[in-house]
Design a protein around this ligand. Structure first.
Ligand SMILES: Nc1ncnc2c1ncn2[C@@H]1O[C@H](COP(=O)(O)OP(=O)(O)OP(=O)(O)O)[C@@H](O)[C@H]1O
Length: 633
């Protein structure tokens, strides 16, 4: 790396710090940057932590170019540029004509290509419109009957178009005057820059609002066409809105039209769990303004503040009649009583719990790669343990059949855009879905197709090692005490008991896969998702959704369902029904955690889709909880 020479005329770091903002602007940021670089040069050989990275960043050509652009723009901000000509578009066409007739060269060809580009043409057209002050719409002249003593009044003319005005009004609590309650960020009133929250409304289109109700004023606004003229008494102490931009993930649904408490339902922003919102105004402690990250061009809408939405959730939860139900039915889980009613066809292989762990079944219980090596994480006992735990834990007492609120959970989760660097661990990939939808099959497909990229963690168990097993291959075989101490230290993503033995997927086993630079794929029960949402794993959660009933009938003709007591049992209508119902409940309860949803219709296409989603999850920017980044640093 070439270090800069210390110029004799440069300022020291201390002098740089002492520069006033105006002197900084005069000297230009790039000059300051070169001074910082020189100063860093002095420390370069002193082995100061992180100096190499900072040095290369400051020297980066893109940063230098950006600074040049910044300096040029800075000049224009101060000078208020005047257009040199008003018909740049015409001039550009003339230049293209002239170039056509002149001898061809590489430069002339490039210039022609640039000038004929649609973006460049549009830019010149925009330039001409600004230069000619060709602004639409033309506002009418101010009324000339404004009394001289009304200098404290402001007359605002807004041209009504199809958009709403973007402001709400209300009675002042003490004076009873009609005042602007709030101006919606990005709406017509906000963009005009002429209406502020707290302004007192005096007249609308020449009609005095004195003694009118806000609804009557709104009626005048609704009925007026074209221009609306407001006469306002400006608010004395206008609060400067700092407009802190914050992105959050909605952890609950909100429907303004169903909320009687919202100040203006039409100004509300409906949202669903999992949607990313940009909060643009938090100046009101009860009603924030936000817009959806998926459509930042729209004007903002009202949403309940964190505190208010939490209160609403609690109130809603308590207002529901009590009823217990299992949020997610343990699919295909049969009690002994139910089993008696089941018609067992001859071809089914019946197996008891012991048989599942017996030597005879070990072959079909295992999943091997092309070389015949065992691939961990697909053992039947582990899956049965999960199912039993699932059935024991998932009996969720809820008062809201369609929407199981966690009253203590925050309704918004702050998120940031995260781009994994190539040197970072891969993100953990979590697949989940109703039992029987094909989560394991898809996991198998992914690992089978590319075992050097995808891997599942090796689970832990307290059961005895069999003669053909190896510690760390099928399972990590540990004592009950070790297992329990791992449970107490939150060392498991999921764990449970089956047939008197403990089974679990440890965080360390997942980290071991990630540390080997592989992509770790786990199949988790939904109730384990919150526990898996850790900064060091940065899980990317994919919900595997069943296709339509018809599609399941068609595609699962030769598929066999995995039950506690039977292997190779074909799907029945009630199995499909249970899968559908479980999926609906999972979506209602956990959709706020979904990063993606994949419909498992055709196995091949669902696998291809998953591979592409996983690649994007690792290589492209994604929204993740801000706390994961804070904890990282
Ligand atoms: N898209 C598909 N088309 C056809 N068959 C499928 C498809 N996806 C899965 N299957 C089959 O459906 C059956 C159940 O799948 P799988 O065992 O993966 O379910 P699961 O979601 O892991 O549930 P469980 O853990 O209860 O077994 C298997 O026989 C599997 O091969």
């Amino acid at each position: 790396m070439v270090l800069p020479q210390k110029a004799t005329e440069s300022l020291s770091m201390q002098e740089t710090m002492n520069m006033t903002p105006s002197s900084l602007q005069e000297n230009g940021l790039s000059q300051v940057l070169s001074m910082v670089l020189e100063e860093l040069g002095l420390y370069y050989h002193k082995d100061v932590n992180g100096i190499d990275a900072l040095y290369s960043l400051l020297q980066a050509p893109w940063l230098q170019s950006l600074l040049k652009v910044h300096n040029c723009l800075q000049q224009y901000i101060q000078q208020r540029p005047q257009p040199v000509l008003q018909k740049a578009r015409v001039l550009s066409s003339e230049v293209v004509d002239a170039l056509r007739e002149s001898p061809s060269s590489a430069d002339s060809r490039e210039l022609k290509r640039l000038l004929r580009g649609p973006h460049f043409k549009a830019l010149l057209s925009a330039h001409d419109m600004v230069a000619q002050k060709d602004f639409e719409p033309i506002l009418p002249p101010l009324p000339d009957n404004i009394p001289d003593n009304e200098e404290a009044m402001r007359i605002v003319c807004l041209v009504k178009n199809k958009q709403p005005l973007g402001a709400t009004i209300k009675h002042h609590e003490i004076t009873g005057d009609i005042i602007v309650a709030r101006v919606i960020h990005g709406g017509l009133a906000d963009r005009s820059g002429l209406l502020y929250a707290g302004d007192k409304l005096v007249e609308v289109n020449g009609v005095s609002v004195d003694g009118l109700e806000p609804e009557q004023v709104i009626q005048i606004l609704v009925e007026s066409e074209g221009t609306i003229v407001f006469k306002l008494s400006p608010v004395a102490d206008r609060s400067i809105n700092s407009h802190t931009m914050l992105f959050v993930r909605a952890m609950a649904d909100y429907w303004p039209q169903q909320d009687p408490a919202i100040p203006c339902a039409d100004a509300g922003l409906p949202f669903q769990k999992g949607e990313i919102l940009q909060i643009v105004d938090q100046s009101d402690s009860l009603w924030w303004q936000a817009r959806k990250a998926s459509d930042l061009s729209r004007c903002a809408g009202l949403i309940p503040s964190n505190h208010l939405l939490k209160r609403k959730q609690r109130e809603f939860w308590w207002s529901q009649p009590f009823m217990s139900y299992s949020c997610i039915k343990a699919s295909q889980l049969s009690t002994i009583g139910e089993e008696e009613d089941m018609k067992i066809e001859e071809k089914f292989v019946e197996a008891d719990e012991e048989t599942f762990e017996s030597e005879e079944l070990k072959g079909e219980d295992e999943f091997r790669d092309k070389e015949g090596n065992i691939i961990a994480g697909f053992r039947r006992s582990m899956r049965l343990c999960r199912r039993q735990t699932h059935s024991n834990q998932m009996s969720c007492y809820s008062r809201c059949p369609s929407n199981c609120y966690h009253t203590a959970a925050a309704p918004y989760e702050e998120v940031v855009r995260y781009q994994r660097r190539p040197c970072d661990r891969h993100r953990l990939i979590v697949l989940f879905g109703p039992s029987g939808v094909g989560v394991n099959e898809l996991r198998k497909q992914l690992i089978g197709l590319n075992p050097s990229v995808f891997q599942s963690p090796v689970p832990h168990t307290t059961r005895q090692k069999k003669t053909y097993e190896e510690n760390g291959r099928e399972y990590f075989f540990v004592s009950k005490e070790t297992f329990e101490s791992m449970v107490y230290s939150h060392g498991f993503l999921e764990y449970g008991e089956y047939n008197g033995h403990m089974y679990g997927t440890s965080v360390e086993a997942v980290k071991a896969v990630l540390d080997a630079a592989k992509i770790c794929i786990v199949d988790l029960e939904p109730q384990c998702i919150t526990g898996a949402r850790r900064h060091e794993l940065k899980p990317y959660i994919i919900f595997i959704k069943p296709p339509s009933r018809n599609c399941m009938r068609q595609t699962r003709k030769n598929a066999s369902i995995f039950t506690d007591y039977y292997v190779n049992m074909t799907f029945k209508e009630e199995d499909f029904q249970e899968i559908e119902e479980s999926a609906k409940k999972m979506e209602a309860q956990f959709s706020q955690f979904f990063d993606q949803v994949v419909v498992n219709d055709n196995l091949e296409s669902a696998t291809v889709q998953l591979i592409s989603i996983i690649r994007r999850a690792q290589d492209e920017p994604q929204w993740i909880p801000a706390s994961w980044i804070c904890l990282d640093s």
